[in-house]
Design a protein around this ligand. Structure first.
Ligand code: DHB
Length: 390
């Protein structure tokens, strides 16, 4: 090839690349899904990615004339990585929406980027109350710890649990759980004897549980993030806390459906409060669970999967409502106020707070059809995040 031919071949290639990407930008809708796919929170990433892919398989990958492109990035649940990945997704990939966020520090690290670039940030997992206040572009489809904790603090004193020790992971959601559980229990005439906090990374529960054994409360209230529940349960049982007359209670993160079935019969009878159980008895949930398990070698969807599935729904519906033409502000407006039936039950996105309003269920671990499940026995309907009222 002579020089001239070579140059024209190069310029042709460049031109076709340019038109290729112009075409892609005009006709694709990009969702940057940032998740912990490795490290301590990897189960959260696996659940949410599987749920997002299921939603796309069920609802198609073309919406309002746009081809949906899902770009999954692993942030290893290190907030500096989450931030860098979000920046790359916005600047280089020009994503239309950012989504995912396995832990609170990751969601918070990205909030300024969402605000500056006017990119809707759909929080599918992280659950500290204040997250939605960190950017006007944040919409949440998971839950909040105050939402889940208050229901349990109403249930406990009516069921013989007056003196409680709390044990939480020492960061946003744990501190929310500790605070809102204690306030409400005290209001209801109960008492928190001691509030213990364990590090988020590599926690050793043993010394804390020994302390709880010595204090001998009616119950131990626990919050640990998804994926850490089995370790707490194992040590609680190994130390014979249940036999010493101490009940285990907590938000549903502790009897996480991702792990529950492997926790053994020692988990039977544990009461928790949460927004989702795999065992939730509705036709919509049965359909969701069956399809999820079929697509994922029998993996049971947990509350993280539901946050991801519903988050995709919120994005799809916003794109439909804006007829495929929406920029960040139009999409955000179309996300606010969405109301629908989730596998968890009815839910909506509060237009004022951009946070999820949903039922909170009281559940007890039981063996059903040979498996351990969180079986719902009571419901508090349409719970707004109690953290927002102050
Ligand atoms: C958070 C993470 C979790 O895994 C969970 O179950 C609840 C809250 C969080 O970091 O916000």
């Amino acid at each position: 090839m002579n020089k001239r031919n070579f140059l024209s071949a190069v310029s042709l290639a460049v031109a076709s690349l340019a038109t290729g990407s112009a075409w892609a930008d005009g006709n694709t809708f990009k969702i940057g899904l940032i998740l912990p796919m490795t490290g301590q929170q990897a189960t959260t990433g696996r659940q949410i990615e599987a749920a997002a892919r299921l939603y796309m398989a069920q609802n198609g990958d073309t919406v309002a004339g746009k081809k949906i492109e899902l770009i999954v990035k692993d942030d290893t649940s290190v907030p500096d990585v989450t931030k860098r990945v979000a920046q790359e997704l916005v600047v280089n990939d020009k994503v239309n929406v950012l989504a995912g966020f396995g832990i609170t520090p990751s969601a918070l690290a990205v909030a300024p980027i969402s605000t500056q670039s006017k990119t809707p940030q759909v929080v599918m997992a992280a659950a500290t109350s204040s997250i939605t206040e960190a950017s006007p572009y944040i919409v949440r489809t998971s839950f909040t710890l105050p939402q889940a904790s208050v229901a349990l603090a109403d249930w406990a004193p009516k069921n013989g649990i007056k003196k409680v020790v709390t044990l939480v992971s020492d960061y946003g959601p744990g501190i929310d759980a500790e605070k809102f559980f204690k306030e409400r229990l005290t209001f209801n005439g109960g008492q928190v004897l001691e509030s213990l906090r364990v590090p988020l990374r590599g926690p050793d529960f043993a010394p804390f549980l020994q302390k709880v054994r010595d204090i001998k409360p009616d119950a131990l209230f626990v919050f640990v993030p998804s994926g850490a529940g089995a370790a707490v349960m194992k040590q609680f049982l190994e130390r014979g806390m249940d036999k010493a007359g101490i009940k285990l209670i907590g938000t549903g993160d502790i009897t996480d459906d991702d792990q529950l079935n492997d926790m053994g019969d020692g988990a039977i009878g544990v009461v928790t409060s949460h927004h989702y159980s795999t065992y939730h008895p509705s036709a919509a949930n049965k359909k969701f669970v069956d399809a999820f398990q079929k697509a994922n070698k029998g993996l049971r969807p947990n509350f993280m999967a539901v946050g991801g599935y519903d988050g995709m729904r919120v994005i799809y519906e916003a794109l439909k409502a804006t007829k495929g033409n929406g920029g960040g502000d139009a999409l955000l407006a179309a996300m606010k106020g969405q109301i629908f039936e989730s596998p968890r039950g009815p839910m909506f996105i509060d237009a004022q707070t951009r946070d999820v309003v949903q039922n909170i269920y009281l559940r007890k671990v039981e063996r059903k059809e040979g498996q351990l499940y969180n079986v719902e026995f009571d419901v508090i309907k349409d719970v707004k995040d109690p953290g927002k009222a102050r």
